[in-house]
Design a protein around this ligand. Structure first.
Ligand SMILES: Cc1cc2nc3c(=O)[nH]c(=O)nc-3n(C[C@H](O)[C@H](O)[C@H](O)COP(=O)(O)OP(=O)(O)OC[C@H]3O[C@@H](n4cnc5c(N)ncnc54)[C@H](O)[C@@H]3O)c2cc1C
Length: 424
């Protein structure tokens, strides 16, 4: 088993990406080269401005090139919670934005000729118990009334259309969901940004940001940069530097993935006949899909902590995979890896400003589309082409008991495991 992301092994980072020199001045400096930073960079560079994207690691080496590659509308909190917290007007705006976040991924792929191996076969939530199915029916009714969705609940007798496992009691199918190859998508955007003259600087961490006559002076591990505006796009990899207040508003969570060896085409389509992206309806959920080359991918976590030993996470995930699909007991697991996501306390993404510095974070595992959208919108706001975003108008708060060290994740994992076991 190789402890490296399958996606990046399958589609390595293009040569030369990230090797730009760090200029001493720029119109816009973006800290973090994932989808948020790249989408913002692409829109800013198209306006004729100078733009530099720096990353403390490799370009798009955070979550953006290694995730499950599943794209669908909605936010992690679910719209019912969003409506209860922020009211129907903002909820509708957030829903519409989440629908747009699906389209913008496809639009950018078309605009910049990125071949992200998109498969538009939908996304399905899988019911682990019979009691999940009426909840699916109720969910569809609620979303249908508000937003006119075309989702479908498949009962036990039809769940075989989605998955060839006896384990699941039903499914909620969303036809507009789709899958892509995350490394192809993220590196494709990086390539497009560089082709338009954007500077991508890898292995360059921002350590502090201060106001200056030019706008901001950003200290980095490769020297200082003067920038007119700064965007921090560090999501799950946000540390105390360069914006300590941001770290206190999001909790970094670990997510882990394994893939099998490529299966015979008939075996792969027996596991997921419709080739839909899937996930289980649980707090500590599993997400599963076929890869374009016919592997089965499963991701998730038993424990919310980051940096857990990969062997243990891989063993947990393999046990779950074989529980769902006993026919995969002898399939070799070829790759295992993990990454970090950022979870805000309201499970809804946020953009805003801290001491004049813009940021967009907090996609909570639902970020392929939303990070692209928030990066794009944030750039539009900086250029004066967009007025605001619903994600900028909801309050982004921390908690009095949280200073940036998530000491409660072990206990929260235990609680979630118990609630998941009894199905509430
Ligand atoms: C294992 C896994 C599976 C996932 N699966 C899905 C999925 O199937 N569908 C979905 O919608 N979402 C998924 N997500 C979430 C999604 O990948 C993220 O929400 C999205 O990629 C976030 O993009 P980003 O650009 O905001 O952050 P990231 O891509 O994480 O990029 C942040 C970057 O900031 C850099 N950085 C941090 N600090 C500094 C600093 N001081 N200076 C310079 N650079 C810095 C980091 O090195 C990193 O490259 C998954 C996430 C993980 C980890």
């Amino acid at each position: 088993m190789i402890q490296t992301p399958f996606w990046v092994a399958d589609f390595p980072r293009p040569p030369g990406i990230g090797e730009s020199d760090l200029p001493s001045r720029t119109d816009y400096l973006i800290v973090g080269s994932g989808l948020t930073g790249l989408a913002a960079g692409l829109r800013l560079i198209a306006s004729g401005s100078s733009v530099v994207v720096i990353d403390s690691g490799d370009i798009a080496g955070g979550a953006s090139s290694i995730n499950g590659g599943m794209v669908s509308p909605d936010v992690k909190a679910g719209m019912r919670a969003v409506e209860a917290r922020y009211g129907p007007q903002l909820a509708t705006e957030i829903w519409n934005a989440s629908v747009r976040s699906v389209d913008i991924v496809l639009d950018l792929c078309r605009q910049y000729s990125v071949d992200a191996l998109v498969n538009r076969d939908g996304l399905a939530a899988l019911a682990l118990t019979e009691s999940d199915v009426p909840k699916f029916v109720e969910t569809v009714r609620w979303y249908q009334e508000r937003y006119g969705v075309r989702w479908e609940v498949l009962e036990k007798d039809r769940v075989g259309e989605i998955t060839g496992s006896d384990h699941f009691a039903g499914a909620l199918y969303e036809p507009e969901g789709f899958g892509l190859h995350p490394a192809r998508y993220a590196f494709g955007l990086a390539r497009a940004f560089a082709d338009q003259g954007g500077a991508l600087v890898a292995q360059c961490a921002a350590t502090s940001i201060e106001r200056s006559s030019a706008g901001f002076r950003v200290e980095t591990t490769r020297g200082p940069v003067e920038a007119g505006d700064v965007i921090v796009a560090t999501n799950g990899y946000t540390a105390y530097e360069p914006l300590p207040d941001l770290r206190r508003r999001i909790v970094p969570i670990g997510s882990y993935i394994i893939v099998t060896e490529p299966l015979e085409p008939s075996a792969a389509s027996e596991v997921f006949p419709r080739n839909a992206m899937t996930y289980t309806r649980r707090r500590l959920l599993h997400y599963m899909r076929r890869t374009p080359d016919g592997r089965i991918l499963i991701g998730g976590r038993r424990n919310l902590k980051t940096g857990l030993p990969l062997e243990e996470s891989a063993a947990d995930l393999r046990a779950a995979l074989v529980r769902y699909f006993p026919q995969l007991a002898s399939a070799e697991i070829t790759h295992a890896w993990g990454g970090k996501l950022a979870v805000p306390f309201d499970l809804t993404p946020h953009m805003g400003r801290i001491d004049g510095v813009w940021y967009a974070v907090g996609y909570a595992g639902h970020g392929v589309g939303l990070s692209t959208l928030l990066g794009h919108n944030l750039a539009g706001m900086l250029l004066g082409e967009e007025q605001t975003s619903p994600f900028a108008r909801i309050p982004h708060q921390g908690r009095f008991y949280y200073r940036g060290e998530p000491w409660f994740l072990g206990a929260a994992s235990l609680l979630y495991r118990s609630l998941d076991k009894i199905g509430i």
